[in-house]
Design a binder for this molecule. Structure first.
Ligand code: NAP
Length: 260
């Protein structure tokens, strides 16, 4: 069926449009969650230094015996780790049991004067080969432009909160114009699954409102990062390739936006 499953960010390995979100997935939940996701076909895992689950994810990936090259692995440096960038990166790598990350993000903007120096560290880490691609999260377009003006290096990704209610065509266009991939987070958690528009579209395709939300992301070329610890939902959230939203249906979901 139609629909791209990944996007090319120029690092040799495509970025899958569906990734496993792992915020709040900790302890004994990590192993079974990662294993179920890999079995269901996920090849993209989104974690962060601050999620305190990198060690368990590294262990799970090793236990599953999946080839490192097959998985797109993202981690993030929190702004509170400014001044400890090297320790943070080396810590993430060690816990994840790998010698490189596919994508390393600044988790959120640090103090304004720290943003460009921190970005320079990410650029250097990429040059060293410890990370293949670098990006940001929770950055405004103006904050991104500041990084690009200072360094000439454009983030591969901006990971931001993204739901139908927050749908912002202008922001999406700004990122696209700059060649930056939008990764959206928290749509499942922050959307009313009983919304009549979602229910109507879901019924038309015999899928769930969550699947409509995720399909809406990927048809816009937006990466989604659904998180669940329930096996049936982990499978449901990547089972979105056998239906397609029509142009009218996409417009209906877009129109849930309250962004003016
Ligand atoms: N960069 C950032 O600042 C940032 C911030 C937030 C999130 N993120 C990333 O984005 C990922 C996703 O965001 P999120 O964790 O906030 O929320 P989410 O994936 O939108 O929602 C997760 C919640 O929805 C439930 N759920 C999952 N699949 C479902 C389905 N098919 N039907 C109904 N309910 C379902 C889960 O419960 P069950 O587990 O019980 O199924 C969980 O409570 C995070 O895990 C993280 O990787 C990044």
């Amino acid at each position: 069926m139609s629909g791209h499953k990944s996007v090319d960010i120029g690092v040799g390995k495509p970025l899958p449009l569906v990734g496993l979100g792992t915020w709040n997935v900790i302890g004994d939940d990590v192993g079974p969650t990662v294993r179920t996701a890999l079995e269901a076909g996920y090849r993209h895992i989104d974690t962060a230094y601050g999620y305190e689950n990198e060690a368990e994810i590294g262990q799970a990936l090793e236990d599953c015996g999946v080839d490192r090259e097959e998985v797109f692995l993202t981690s993030k440096i929190p702004p509170r780790r400014v001044g400890f960038e090297r320790e943070t990166l080396d810590g993430s790598l060690k816990k994840l049991r790998t010698d490189y990350l596919d994508l390393w993000l600044i988790h959120a903007p640090p103090q304004p004067e720290e943003s460009v120096p921190l970005w320079r560290f990410l650029v250097a880490a990429r040059e060293e080969g410890k990370v293949r691609a670098i990006g940001v999260s929770n950055y405004s377009t103006a904050q991104i432009d500041e990084l690009v003006d200072a360094t000439g290096v454009v983030p591969a990704v901006n990971q931001i909160k993204w739901t139908p209610e927050l749908f912002d065509r202008e922001r999406m266009a700004q990122l696209r114009e700059r060649g930056i991939v939008l990764e959206g987070f928290s749509a499942i958690r922050l959307t009313d699954h009983d919304d009549p528009t979602l229910a109507k579209v879901a019924n038309a395709h015999s899928v769930t409102p969550a699947q409509v939300l995720l399909r809406w992301h990927v048809q816009h070329g937006v990466v989604c990062l659904p998180r669940s610890v329930r096996p049936e939902r982990i499978r449901e959230n990547i089972d979105i390739w056998n239906f397609e939203l029509s142009a009218d249906e996409l417009r209906l979901v877009d129109a849930m936006s309250t962004v003016v």
